[in-house]
Design a protein around this ligand. Structure first.
Ligand SMILES: O=C(CO)[C@@H](O)[C@@H](O)COP(=O)(O)O
Length: 230
């Protein structure tokens, strides 16, 4: 099946973003995945399951519909999609504003998830990026849409674009795959910093009003008006 140009561009972008996970040290072996929604279509591309990031090319990515079914005849359709495909699909179905979903096993975020403990908002970088604490989602089985339900139930109506799935690890969302990867990078940085801070003594949550002001500035003023996230 010949694919439209938008899908080819997205394949290139999502393949490249998997290398960002490696570069940022967020994954070991094949333990993470990125997906991106095809603009204007009820489709997304996602990593094939268990494929090494070193070998991953744009053509390897698997095109799926929003029920998580592989599109027959599409490039890469002979490969099994990521184990988390049903979770990503559930998020795209229920959160139309989401253009990208990321899952990693980044060490510090997983450690908070293992304790089932939300990361308190104690640093300005967290207020900027997440607008508050990072919430914990339910313990959910891998492979069906249980994880997706947990992500949506936790993040819908929440400013955070990251959730720590209990006993598993982080899932992040964004308006694009790139923004979801950025959230995964910022999340791990916050998880590590707050962990280190707590080793040295008490930590203090930022006042709610300050969090609101920081979040508003970072989301609406920081950077360039032409930024993709706007
Ligand atoms: O979290 C898990 C399993 O614990 C999976 O998301 C992870 O291993 C990546 O799996 P895939 O290679 O995307 O199928």
């Amino acid at each position: 099946m010949e694919e439209v140009e938008g899908i080819s561009r997205l394949r290139e972008e999502v393949a490249r973003l998997h290398q960002e996970l490696v570069r940022a040290g967020l994954v070991v072996w094949t333990g993470g995945n990125v997906s991106g929604r095809v603009p204007g279509r009820d489709l997304f591309v996602i990593k094939p399951s268990g494929v090494s990031y070193d070998e991953l090319t744009a053509a390897d990515l698997v095109l799926c519909d929003l029920d998580g079914n592989v599109v027959p005849g599409s490039e890469g359709c002979e490969r099994a999609p990521s184990s988390d495909t049903a979770a990503h699909a559930y998020v795209y179905r229920h959160m139309p504003e989401v253009g990208g979903v990321v899952h990693t096993h980044s060490t510090h975020a997983v450690a908070w998830a293992a304790r089932g403990e939300a990361i308190p908002c104690v640093i300005t970088a967290m207020a900027d990026e997440f607008g508050g604490p990072i919430p914990v989602g339910p313990l959910a089985i891998i492979g069906d849409d249980s994880i997706g339900r947990g992500i949506v139930d936790t993040l819908r109506g929440h400013r955070s674009r990251a959730v720590l799935m209990q006993g598993h690890g982080p899932f992040t969302i964004g308006v694009s795959a790139q923004e979801a990867v950025k959230a995964a990078v910022m999340l791990e940085d916050a998880a590590r910093t707050v962990h280190v801070a707590r080793q040295g003594g008490n930590i203090q949550e930022l006042p709610a009003e300050m969090i609101d002001r920081l979040y508003d500035r970072y989301q609406n003023v920081y950077g360039q008006q032409t930024d993709d996230r706007r």
